[in-house]
Design a protein around this ligand. Structure first.
Ligand code: MEV
Length: 312
């Protein structure tokens, strides 16, 4: 048995919601993301060789992708002699960072098993980002950075070779998010590729839209830092309109965003890749989210509340 693999380890990777800036972030503008309390836990127990245990319910291309992503991280971690298994309470393929949460949990547990210590944030992010590449092709990295750091972040890509700019955000006021699921969606990779085709055909038009998303995201970041939740909510509403213009929303998602605003959200928008469905996030004052969640649940919508704490 290799060093560090004589005992069991576990690690948690949170899901995330992007409050501002998805899609445009792939082209180098700012995004604001916060971690969710729901996520994925990876457990590693001593075994004859490094392997991933998947229940029979995980089938098809998803199973193969998980195996390929695991093999990549296992190789990078030195193949510690453990069997890794996963448990998750996070809705899968809804734009809530489930693949990033898996990547962070698996990378962390493999690195712990290999060294006997908690991994450094840099090493954890490198391994997790490598796994995300297997799931999504060329992800911006915002999902895995947010999950690995486990705090609200401002994120900006700086080209293929340079490391992205990642800043922990200081939030002056806590708030609540209501996350509602508005139907199944295509894989992130497909929605990102569709937008890339439109951007390649009409580059100036799409560049203008990306730049505007980036400006709104910067304004929203400043509002969040100043505790101006109405300003942050308005930025989210405007960002949703820009996502509609980018062609990544859908009638189900637009309807859910309108519904959340009507239920008292200071702002509501598509979150994550979107496409034909996906998740919608509403921003609420502390103590207000549960009422909206209960109303949505009574109408048969799958939804949950996530708390975002003040960060000193
Ligand atoms: C997916 O959670 C966010 C996207 O911006 C893709 C990416 O950043 O890689 C749609």
């Amino acid at each position: 048995m290799r060093a560090g693999s004589e005992r069991a380890f576990s690690a948690f990777g949170p899901g995330k919601v992007i409050l501002l800036g998805e899609h445009a972030v792939v082209y180098g503008t700012t995004a604001l993301a916060v971690p969710l309390s729901l996520g994925v836990t990876a457990t590693a127990v001593p075994a004859a060789r490094c392997s991933l245990h998947l229940p029979p319910g995980v089938r098809g291309p998803g199973r193969q992708q998980l195996r390929r992503a695991f093999a990549r991280a296992a190789e990078a971690a030195g193949r510690p002699a453990v069997q890794v298994s996963l448990t998750s309470r996070l809705p899968v393929s809804m734009g809530l960072g489930s693949s990033a949460a898996v990547s962070v949990a698996v990378a962390a547990v493999l690195l712990q098993a290999a060294t006997g210590r908690s991994p450094s944030p840099g090493r954890l992010r490198t391994l997790a980002h490598g796994m995300e590449g297997v799931f999504h092709g060329t992800p911006s990295g915002v999902d895995d950075a947010c999950s690995a750091l486990g705090v609200p972040i401002r994120f900006r890509r700086r080209g293929a070779q340079a490391a992205p700019l990642v800043r922990r955000l200081r939030l002056r006021r806590p708030f609540e998010l209501v996350v509602a699921l508005a139907g199944l969606r295509r894989p992130t990779r497909d929605t990102v590729a569709g937008l890339r085709q439109r951007q390649t055909r009409w580059p100036l038009r799409y560049r203008r839209l990306f730049q505007e998303v980036g400006r709104v995201a910067e304004e929203g970041v400043r509002a969040a830092q100043a505790g101006d939740l109405r300003g942050l909510g308005d930025a989210m509403n405007v960002n949703h309109g820009l996502l509609v213009a980018l062609g990544v929303s859908s009638p189900a998602v637009d309807g859910m965003a309108a519904w959340l605003r009507e239920a008292g959200a200071l702002g509501a928008k598509l979150t994550g890749a979107g496409g034909e469905g996906g998740a919608v996030v509403g921003l609420f004052l502390k103590g207000e989210g549960q009422k909206a969640r209960a109303r949505l649940a009574r109408a048969g919508v799958r939804c949950f509340v996530s708390q975002v704490k003040r960060t000193p």
